[in-house]
Design a protein around this ligand. Structure first.
Ligand code: PMP
Length: 356
């Protein structure tokens, strides 16, 4: 039996994505060859790359002056590529967790970093509000969903300078106004597909403004010019991303994902708030729709391992919280069915009956 997969990433993918990708590995569209044993520069693979870029733009609603790139190196390489390509002197960063801190660390190698807001004072349990953004910055960097802490910003901020967003863990979970961003990037391995590919959505006019030399492979302009085919792209991951994008389109697009994500999160947060054995860790306004973090209430603290064991016996996987927060984290990405959330809630209620 398939388990309820609450993993934070890599994570659950839609069944048809796994099925279609597995078939393409066996035999791509009946050509008598596997997806992973052909050149990327063929009439077999090129249309897949083009379709993935087109589907990405269509689903997120990006105007024509944005380019979609599929690169290697993970979101972590983007932490360095962003300042390498965009920072002449100074950039603003919003410090909302470990991933934001890692992005800040890399940016400091290239210039001055101004931390515009931080929630470090409370173990990143909220997303800072009313952030004042000076206009003398080369760009501002934001992590829209904080995978480890379960906090998320639920709107697109107005920014007087280029806004760059790490959307690794909430890409296409809610509609965004792309025009408010100069660049959106992330590892694909949550809402978009398997590990191995990084998506970058970028507006070309933000490039070419820094005086330093940029190695060819780290220059976004190289990848724009070559359509993400400067070097061998991660063909397997890109195929699965395109299957995920096709699945999302069939489901009704990002609006539909948002509706389902809100419904799933509401059910689970309601149970966390109702059940005396559990409590949420993020401030209510900042609660993530993607990573729902909770712990045992103080009087049941010693029951944590027992609950995890019990949940596991009921077919739940990936529920252990990150060590920096503890407790539990239920990741409710796009592909997680609402039935899995209901099964987890049943589990929490049954545990309450046994213990409270
Ligand atoms: N940013 C966020 C918000 C993440 O959740 C992660 C990975 N969990 C990363 C960046 C790093 O991504 P990668 O492993 O692709 O480098």
């Amino acid at each position: 039996m398939k388990k309820h997969n609450f993993s934070a990433g890599p994570c659950i993918l839609a069944p048809q994505v796994i099925e279609n990708t597995a078939n393409a590995v066996r035999d791509l569209n009946g050509i008598g060859l596997s997806l992973i044993e052909i050149s990327h520069r063929t009439k077999y693979f090129e249309p897949i790359m083009e379709e993935a870029q087109k589907n990405f733009k269509e689903l997120i609603g990006a105007p024509d002056n944005y380019h979609v790139l599929f690169l290697g190196g993970g979101a972590s390489l983007q932490f360095a590529m962003v300042p390498f390509n965009l920072m002449e002197k100074k950039a603003g960063y919003i410090e909302t967790g470990v991933w934001a801190k890692k992005a800040i660390k890399e940016a400091k190698l290239f210039g001055e970093v101004e931390v515009l807001a931080s929630s470090a004072d409370s173990n990143f349990s909220y997303f800072p509000k009313n952030i004042n953004i000076p206009s003398d910055l080369d760009y501002v960097h934001i992590t829209t969903n904080n995978t480890i802490y379960g906090t998320e910003i639920h709107h697109d901020i107005d920014c007087p300078v280029t806004l760059v967003a790490d959307m690794s863990s909430d890409i296409m979970s809610r509609p965004v106004d792309v025009t408010k961003y100069g660049m959106i990037y992330g590892g694909a391995q949550k809402n978009l597909g398997p590990a191995g590919v990084t998506f970058v959505l970028i507006r070309e006019d933000i490039l070419g403004k820094v005086s330093r030399q940029i190695p060819t492979m780290l220059d976004y302009r190289t990848h724009i010019k070559e359509g993400s085919m400067f070097n061998t792209p991660p063909v397997f991951a890109i195929y699965a991303v395109n299957e995920t994008l096709k699945w999302m389109k069939q489901m009704g697009g990002v609006e539909k994902m948002y509706e389902l994500n809100k419904a799933k999160a509401q059910l689970l947060y309601d149970e966390i708030d109702r059940n005396p054995m559990f409590m949420g860790t993020a401030e209510k306004e900042s609660r993530s729709l993607m990573n729902i973090c909770f712990v045992m209430a103080p009087e049941y603290k010693e029951k944590e391992a027992e609950f995890l064991e019990f949940a596991k016996s009921q077919g739940m996987e990936g529920l252990k919280g990150h060590r920096l927060v503890g407790g539990f984290r239920a990741s409710t990405y796009n592909a997680l069915p609402i039935e899995s959330v209901k099964a987890l809630i049943d589990c929490m209620r049954e545990f309450e009956k046994k213990n409270a």
